[in-house]
Design a binder for this molecule. Structure first.
Ligand code: NAP
Length: 278
């Protein structure tokens, strides 16, 4: 039986929702948070709080409430996040800013709020939900991957910075998971991906075809929650855990740039380079 407190961001749906349920069943004191707490009504957790990771006041009020009620934050799970789709050229600065604000600055804001408390406790564990997209970049996913590359960097640096204070930082790298993620990405990208005048029209069509097929093999969020629980309970957690990534994709991670480009060109039917002298 565990009475450790776990604060999770983005619990309205998907991985965060499942994790809150799972850890409660495992007797953790779960603080489930969401931008709109009414989305948490079906969760039976120790505490539900409103928390928008883009809003420092909302973060301060949630984390202060947790410390006031439970005296400590043992585990922080930085889960909130979403994706944009589209060629780098076609996604606006404003859209990218907003995504970084959630996926990257949101994680940093949560760390700023929680690490001083963990340092005072001389113990704590931070679990960052990254993505296999933070290792392997597919065309059309560049800006989302950029946010998850950033999470790789923040996790690698803070793992060593915080170790002397008894705080461990762990990165989870999921593959395709069944949640609201794909629908949200689709909603954000609708105008870009369906623009008949886009110079990337053929690429987008092929991308949608390929990813629709890939998404048919999505894993359930439970697979990620299970691994997060392992990472929470391991006496010496690994730096990173890859979850729900097929063997073929793991192999691609180790290919050199040229081979990987050949593979993506074939998969997405990207035309050969135009000769600059033409
Ligand atoms: P999801 O079902 O769409 O859940 C995303 C969660 O993030 C929702 O609860 C959403 O809340 C929340 N969120 C978005 N903006 C927020 C903000 N400003 N403040 C607080 N919460 C916010 O997708 P998911 O698959 O569970 O995604 C969870 C994490 O896994 C994300 O970091 C994602 O990048 C990562 N991931 C997912 C996949 C996948 O294939 N599903 C693969 C690799 C990594 P609202 O309901 O309020 O929007």
């Amino acid at each position: 039986m565990s009475s450790k407190t776990v604060l999770i961001t983005g619990c309205s749906t998907g991985i965060g929702h499942d994790l809150a349920r799972r850890l409660t069943l495992a007797n953790y004191t779960v603080i489930a948070t969401a931008r709109h707490p009414e989305t948490l009504t079906d969760l039976q957790v120790a505490l539900k709080l409103p928390l928008d990771v883009t809003n420092s006041a909302s973060i301060a009020s949630a984390t202060e409430e947790v410390v006031r009620r439970f005296g400590r934050v043992d585990i922080l799970v930085n889960n909130a996040g979403y994706a944009l789709r589209g060629a780098v050229e076609e996604i606006s600065d404003e859209q990218v800013h907003k995504m970084f604000d959630v996926n990257v600055y949101g994680v940093m804001r949560m760390m700023h709020a929680v690490v001083p408390q963990m340092r005072q406790q001389k113990a704590g564990r931070i679990i960052n939900i990254g993505s296999i997209g933070g290792k392997l970049v597919m065309p059309v996913n560049g800006t989302y991957s950029a946010t998850k590359f950033a999470i790789e960097a923040l996790s690698d640096a803070s793992r060593l910075e915080l170790a002397p204070f008894g705080i461990q930082v762990v990165l989870i790298e999921p593959g395709n998971i069944r949640s609201n993620f794909a629908a949200t990405a689709q909603a954000h990208a609708k105008e870009i991906l369906s623009n008949p005048d886009s110079p990337y029209r053929a690429l987008y069509q092929q991308y949608l075809q390929v990813t629709t097929t890939m998404r048919k093999q999505e894993a359930e969020p439970e697979i990620v929650s299970q691994v997060v629980q392992q990472a929470i309970e391991a006496s010496k957690p690994k730096a990173r855990y890859v979850v729900a990534v097929p063997f073929s994709n793991r192999v691609v991670l180790h290919l050199g740039d040229s081979l990987r480009d050949v593979m993506f060109r074939r998969l997405l039917k990207i035309a050969p380079d135009r000769d600059a002298s033409e």
